[in-house]
Design a binder for this molecule. Sequence first.
Ligand code: GLN
Length: 290
Amino acid sequence: MADVQGALALATHRLGERSEADLLLLHLLGRPRSWLFAHADEPLSMAQRLAYDALVQRRLAGEPLAYIIGRRDFWTLELEVTPATLIPRPETERLVELALERLPRDRACRVADLGTGSGAIALAIASERPLAQVLATDASDAALVVARRNAQRLGLANISFAPGDWLAPLTGQRFDLIVSNPPYIETADPHLAQGDLRFEPASALASGHDGLDDIRRIVRAARDHLEPGGWLLFEHGWNQGAACRSLLHETGYAEVFTALDLEGRERVSGGDVLMNECSDARPDLCSFIY
Ligand code: GLN
């Protein structure tokens, strides 16, 4: 394994996956993916081989690839991720799609992303809707540091950040769309002690005995922060669709729906506040109807 090709063959054998072997080596050498095509015969120094072996060992010990290389692709963006943030997942792109379907391209609007983590959802929306103003919140200061760095590196200026729990930083503000990928795993779920989840922040994953503690808080509080016609959309577990729809109905949302992810599982639910609805918080908005 004196050259790139040999090192990759050995690491692929150990990891069982060529793409992971590639990403770890490119991370170590600080090279872009395209570099591999023309450099299979490049020699590796002893120090590089030892460092590569250490990265492969970490991966074999179960550490998520995204944390080892500090990067994860989400939507069209390459994001920095650290153990302070959840690793963005492909199913969350469904939430972004559903959000974009509800956001105008040709005029300003306001969007809030609650518990933004690495900033994945907020940054994807900000990049697709330059006229939108996106506010991203998180209770974790360490996560907000990462999200801010991502915004800066991507050159996205239509996004701001506020520390705090769920809707606490939204006091006195209203939005056209509120999105969130909150924690939703049951606290006793054995998966929390397996795979990548072991390394991710527990506060971003688990939420009470039925996994719905944070969703309940968000659904109840979001209504008073939505403009007439505004939408709340959030991700949840594959078996929580019915409970989420009930919660939305009970709380007075209209047009309640659940969307499936690419694997056909119920994954995102939402509802809106009707245009002509008289909210206690804003009787001025629709008094003319009565
Ligand atoms: N979808 C993630 C998982 O099941 C959980 C993410 C979350 O709790 N928001 O691994």
